[in-house]
Design a protein around this ligand. Structure first.
Ligand code: MN
Length: 253
């Protein structure tokens, strides 16, 4: 099995090493193509206004001076000699739950894989202010293979991918793995900090505070809060089918 790995926190991210350790439990045919710098929050952006460069860091190990989407694209088209069987993205340092998904470089790298018709799975390790530091990826490291194994042969239709989050608990405290739907946050994300740069110009900087949400039953947010690994299948058809008839009717002539 040929596996392509990427990580929106960059080629040197500790979470990428964790993902590689998980993937090596299934295959030795591992390829890595990740952004050269952290790209968290890059979403599904593609670099169009400047060239991107590929750097080799070792056998089957490359970085790209661009976004996670750039990295997957070059991984598939220039780095690998044949198509991978699966693309794994992560393990992200931080949650990708509920409405985080469209901001997420981690999930978007998997989206790019799904668009290319390759089985794609995104992994994220949730952390909190009280629970971080060296142990932060221990749960992903311990539980990764238990999640990935079954997902490698679960049938997935075209244009679908899987989003996995590990709860902010030590591995022995994790209660299990749950298949759940995407939840939603109650409020728009984070703060906007205003400041003044050394030349006197105003700048703004987006903050990432804990986001309030209602823990709807059967969601990824609830599963993580209950101490489970969350596994959510996502689809790229964003059409709201229930509203389609209403919308179409308004424009009927
Ligand atoms: Mn990230």
């Amino acid at each position: 099995m040929r596996i392509l790995l990427t990580n929106d926190d960059g080629i040197h991210a500790p979470g990428l090493a964790v993902l590689e350790a998980i993937a090596r439990q299934f295959s030795d045919d591992i390829w890595i193509c990740a952004p050269s710098e952290e790209q968290s929050g890059a979403g599904h952006s593609l670099t169009l206004n400047m060239p991107v460069r590929l750097q080799m860091h070792g056998e089957r190990r490359f970085s790209v001076t661009g976004t996670p989407t750039d990295a997957v694209t070059l991984g598939l088209r220039k780095v690998m000699d044949a198509r991978p069987d699966v693309i794994l993205s992560g393990v992200n340092h931080g949650a990708n739950l509920g409405d985080d998904i469209t901001y997420s470089g981690t999930v978007s790298a998997a989206i790019e894989g799904a668009l290319a018709g390759v089985r794609a799975i995104a992994f994220s390790q949730v952390y909190t202010r009280d629970w971080n530091g060296n142990e932060a990826f221990a749960t992903a490291r311990e539980w990764g293979a238990k999640v990935l194994g079954p997902l490698l042969d679960t049938p997935l239709p075209e244009r679908t991918l899987v989003n996995v989050n590990f709860p902010p608990l030590s591995p022995d405290k994790v209660k299990g793995i749950r298949g759940v739907r995407q939840g939603f946050h109650d409020y728009s994300r984070g703060s906007v900090v205003q400041g003044r740069d050394p030349r006197g110009h105003t700048y703004y900087w987006f903050g990432l505070e804990p986001i309030e949400h209602t823990l709807d039953h059967g969601t990824d947010l609830e599963a993580i809060d209950d101490g489970y690994v969350s596994v959510t299948p996502l689809q790229l058809d964003l059409t709201h089918h229930t509203s389609l008839g209403e919308i179409a009717q308004r424009f009927e002539t």
